[in-house]
Write a protein that binds this ligand. Structure first.
Ligand SMILES: Cc1cc2nc3c(=O)[nH]c(=O)nc-3n(C[C@H](O)[C@H](O)[C@H](O)COP(=O)(O)O)c2cc1C
Length: 378
C-alpha cells in the first residue's frame, strides 16, 4: 500500500512532500478514529502493548541519573531498552533533521518511535541553503541533502518542547533528544558559545543531548571534529552539565568520512571526558558507494550529504570499530542505511545499543519504527 502512495509522492519535490505529508499526518491524528488506527498500525504486535507502559521519570520533567550501559527490560518480548538511565520503549528512533523544529512530536509518538531527536537547532533561527536542497536517488534507495541547518532557533523550539511536555507529561513515554549545532555566521573559534546557548536553553526540555559537528552542509563545521576543537566544546558542556543537580546524557554525532586516526582520536577523547555515547554516523560526502545512480545524475545534484543504503556499510563499520576499541564502554546509537529489522539487527550485532532511521522513513513509510521493532522482537 505504501509503495503506491510513495510512487505518487515521488512525483513531487522531496522537501515540499515532506512538509505536506507531515501536515497531513498532523490533521489525521486530530481525528479520533484515524488516530487510533494510526496508533495500531504504528505499534503492531508486542510493541503495541508497550504503549504508555515504560513512561520515563524524565517525561514528567524530573530528570534522570547518568548510569551508562544498555540493558534489556524484561517487558513484552524485550523491546524496551534502558540506556543512560532512560527507558526507551523500543530501540528505534527517528534521526535528527526530520523534525528539526519539534513540530510533530505527538504524531511521531503515535507512529511508535522509541525516541525522536529534534534539531539540529542553532541559537538563532536560520533559513538554510537555497532550494532545491533535498534530492531522491531512488535507484540506490538514498537521499542527498544540503539543508544547512534550517531551523526556527533554539528559543522557539524550546518553547514548543515545553508545551509538548506540559500536555503530554503523563501520557507519553517518548524520549526526546536535542541535537545542537552552531549558526552558519558563527566562526569556529566561537562555536562553543553557540553550543552552550543551545544546551542551556534546551536543558529542561530534552532527555539527552547530541552535539553535532558532523553535518557537511555548514561550511567548516566538520573541522570541529579535530581533537582540540572538540575538547574545547565538549569539556565546556560537561562542566556546565555538572552544575545541574541531574546532569543529562551528552553524545557526539560523528561523520562517516573521518579517517581511521581521526576516529580513534574522537573515541579517545570521548572516553577521556566521559561522554555518554556516540551517534554513528551522519551523512557522507562520498559518492563512491552509489551503485545504480548515473554519475551525471549525482553530479548534477551537486554538494550535500548522502544517506540511505549507500551509507549502510560504512556506518556499520564505524559502530563495530567503536564497540571493539572501547570494549562496549561507549554506547553507540547507529544511524545510516537502516530500512528493515535485518538492518537494525546488523547494527546491533556490530555493537549498537539503539538505532535511528531517516531515509528509511521515506522509502519504507511512516510505520517503519513499529515494523522494525516487531521484527527485532521476533
Ligand atoms: C534531509 C536530511 C536532513 C538532515 N538533517 C540533519 C540535522 O539537522 N542534524 C543531524 O545531526 N543530522 C541530520 N541528518 C542526518 C540524519 O539524522 C542521519 O544521521 C543520516 O541521514 C543517516 O541516516 P539514514 O541513512 O537513515 O538517513 C539529515 C538527514 C537528511 C536526509
Amino acid at each position: 500500500m505504501y509503495k503506491i502512495i510513495r510512487n505518487i509522492l515521488f512525483l513531487f519535490p522531496p522537501e515540499e512532500v515532506h512538509h505536506f505529508s507531515m501536515s497531513a499526518l498532523h490533521w489525521a491524528c486530530r481525528l479520533g478514529p484515524l488516530r487510533s488506527l494510526l496508533r495500531k498500525m504504528g505499534l503492531p504486535g508486542s510493541a503495541a502493548r508497550l504503549q504508555g507502559a515504560g513512561r520515563n521519570e524524565r517525561s514528567g520533567g524530573v530528570g534522570v541519573g547518568r548510569e551508562s550501559g544498555v540493558s534489556r527490560a524484561s517487558g513484552a518480548k524485550g523491546t524496551e531498552r534502558e540506556l543512560f538511565g532512560l527507558v526507551f520503549r523500543n530501540p528505534v528512533g527517528l534521526g535528527a533533521g526530520f523534525d528539526k523544529n519539534a513540530l510533530y512530536l505527538p504524531e511521531l509518538d503515535i507512529l511508535g518511535f522509541g525516541f525522536v531527536e529534534i534539531g539540529t537547532v542553532t541559537p538563532f533561527p536560520q533559513a538554510g541553503n537555497e532550494r532545491p536542497r533535498l534530492f531522491r536517488l531512488p535507484k540506490d534507495r538514498a537521499l542527498i541533502n544540503r539543508m544547512g541547518f534550517n531551523n526556527d532557533g533554539v528559543k522557539a523550539v524550546a518553547g514548543r518542547l515545553r508545551d509538548w511536555r506540559k500536555a503530554n507529561a503523563e501520557k507519553s513515554s517518548l524520549i526526546v533528544g536535542g541535537n545542537i549545532g552552531k549558526n552558519k555566521a558563527t566562526p569556529n573559534e566561537d562555536a562553543w558559545k553557540d553550543y552552550e546557548i543551545c544546551f542551556r536553553e534546551l536543558f529542561d526540555c530534552v532527555d539527552y543531548f547530541v552535539v553535532n559537528v558532523s553535518s557537511p552542509n555548514t561550511p567548516g563545521l566538520r573541522e570541529l571534529q579535530e581533537k582540540e576543537s572538540l575538547r574545547k566544546i565538549l569539556s565546556h558542556l560537561q562542566t556546565l552539565n555538572g552544575q545541574y543537580p541531574r546532569p543529562k546524557p551528552i553524545l557526539l554525532k560523528i561523520a562517516p568520512d573521518l579517517g581511521p586516526e581521526q576516529l580513534d582520536d574522537v573515541i579517545d577523547l570521548a572516553l577521556e571526558i566521559q561522554l555518554d555515547g556516540l551517534v554513528a554516523t551522519n551523512t557522507t560526502i562520498s559518492r563512491d558507494t552509489l551503485q545504480a545512480t548515473k554519475q551525471s545524475e549525482w553530479e548534477c545534484i551537486g554538494a550535500g550529504g548522502l544517506s540511505g543504503s549507500p551509507l549502510k556499510e560504512k556506518s556499520t563499520a564505524f559502530v563495530r570499530h567503536i564497540h571493539e576499541k572501547t570494549g562496549g564502554a561507549l554506547p553507540v546509537i547507529a544511524s545510516g542505511g537502516i530500512f528493515t529489522g535485518a538492518d537494525a539487527r546488523e547494527k546491533m550485532a556490530a555493537g549498537a545499543s539503539l538505532v535511528q532511521v531517516w531515509t528509511g522513513f521515506i522509502y519504507e513509510g511512516p510505520f517503519i519504527a513499529g515494523k522494525i521493532t516487531a521484527e527485532l522482537a521476533e
